[in-house]
Ligand binder design. Structure first.
Ligand SMILES: *Cc1c(COP(=O)(O)O)cnc(C)c1O
Length: 375
């Protein structure tokens, strides 16, 4: 069976985890966490990075920092993972869904302004498949209406829009290091903070509402309860696992990109015959090969193709039942405008296996099966 995903593993993780244990520092904010912070700050040029226990938690931190309150509205696509909405709903906000563009499956930047009301507090673009949303336009709207921007860049590390790394445009950017993402620590994430002024509160919210981070830096002689908060910092053992992969980030990204290009090359004839559609990458977006998907004619054809591939030992998956059609989406949200593409396009989308150690031979086998299905 060719799995849909195999968690990334480079070999060095065990050595670093052993080191974390020998450091006798397995709680949060140890030496490996610091190394990860520095690496991400360097790579993205963001003012501050804080590792978290998940991207969901990074987004919750962002919602706290954005001071989202009961009755506020937040604009996001319906075609996304639940966490994008959860973090804001937890604070009492209403989620207002906007349709996606059929080409990138990102929020349609031209429909955002229609969804703005006097209650709107933030826009939450999701960089689907590591392909940047139209950030020029989104930042312009945010500025005009005085809104915060929280980027769900869960899939977006090592990718950029017009040369600027994803996750660094808005006040806050959120990465995921879940086992299905390009780099992993099992469960984990990171919050990117653009402006200095949010750092102090971010550290307090992340450390149970205390100024323990200042205490560790020797800036105060005892730490005290300063505000509400939670525990959002991961174990240094997990950070050690992640750091091994960040060190090889270029190599991992190149391997994924090579497989992605092979997929595209081998499936282009089918796309030219109009049987399937392939992902579209705007020329000014540098993606990170997080995902390779195709679009089938409709949901029935997709179901048949999934079964066909399964019989031939290929595990292909679909995802995102649009949030606005799910029970919680009906309860906590509303769709603004017409659902022209969200449901229709999500029903056609099929993700093919993509992971660090996927081989060229496997990609060739998979694309042969897809072609055979259409023959
Ligand atoms: C993976 C993912 C998340 C959640 O990440 P976790 O680290 O599992 O919390 C959120 N949004 C998107 C778009 C994702 O792909």
């Amino acid at each position: 069976m060719i799995n849909f995903n195999v968690p990334p593993f480079t070999g060095k993780e065990l050595e670093y985890m052993k080191e974390a244990i020998e450091n006798q520092k397995i709680c949060g904010d140890g030496p490996f966490t610091k190394k990860c912070h520095e690496w991400i700050e360097q790579q993205t040029g963001t003012r501050k990075c804080l590792l978290t226990t998940s991207c969901t938690h990074a987004t919750e931190l962002a919602a706290l920092l954005a001071d989202i309150k009961e009755g506020d509205e937040v604009i996001l696509p319906s075609y996304t993972f639940v966490s994008t909405a959860d973090a804001f709903v937890l604070r009492g906000a209403k989620v207002v869904f906007v349709d996606v563009r059929p080409d990138t499956m990102n929020i349609d930047e031209n429909l955002i302004e229609d969804a703005v009301t006097e209650r709107t507090k933030a826009i939450v673009p999701v960089h689907y498949a590591g392909v940047g949303c139209e950030m020029d336009k989104i930042m312009e709207i945010a500025k005009k209406h005085n809104l915060m921007v929280v980027e769900d860049a869960a899939q977006g590390i090592m990718a950029s829009y017009k040369g600027k790394p994803l996750g660094t445009f808005g006040e806050f950017g959120c990465f995921s290091f879940h086992e299905t993402k390009n780099f992993s620590m099992g469960e984990g994430g990171a919050l990117l903070i653009r402006d200095e002024k949010y750092i102090e509160n971010a550290e307090i919210y992340r450390e149970k509402g205390t100024d323990r981070s200042k205490y560790f830096r020797g800036q105060v002689d005892k730490y005290r309860w300063q505000n509400y908060g939670s525990s959002y910092l991961p174990s240094d053992m997990n950070a050690a696992y992640l750091y091994a992969q960040l060190e090889l980030a270029e190599e991992i990204t190149k391997a994924r990109m090579d497989r992605w290009n092979e997929y595209r090359e081998q499936l282009t004839p089918l796309a030219e015959e109009g049987r399937i559609e392939l992902p579209y990458i705007p020329e000014y977006c540098e993606h990170n090969a997080h995902m390779f998907y195709i679009k089938t004619k409709d949901i029935q054809e997709r179901e048949r193709l999934i079964d066909y591939l399964k019989e031939r030992n290929v595990h292909a998956v679909f995802h995102y039942i649009p949030l606005h059609s799910a029970p919680a989406g009906i309860k906590f949200g509303r769709f603004c405008g017409e659902d022209k593409y969200t449901t229709k396009e999500s029903e056609r989308l099929l993700r093919l296996p993509m992971f660090y150690k996927l081989t060229s031979n496997e990609v060739e086998y998979i694309t042969e099966q897809v072609k055979a299905f259409y023959r």
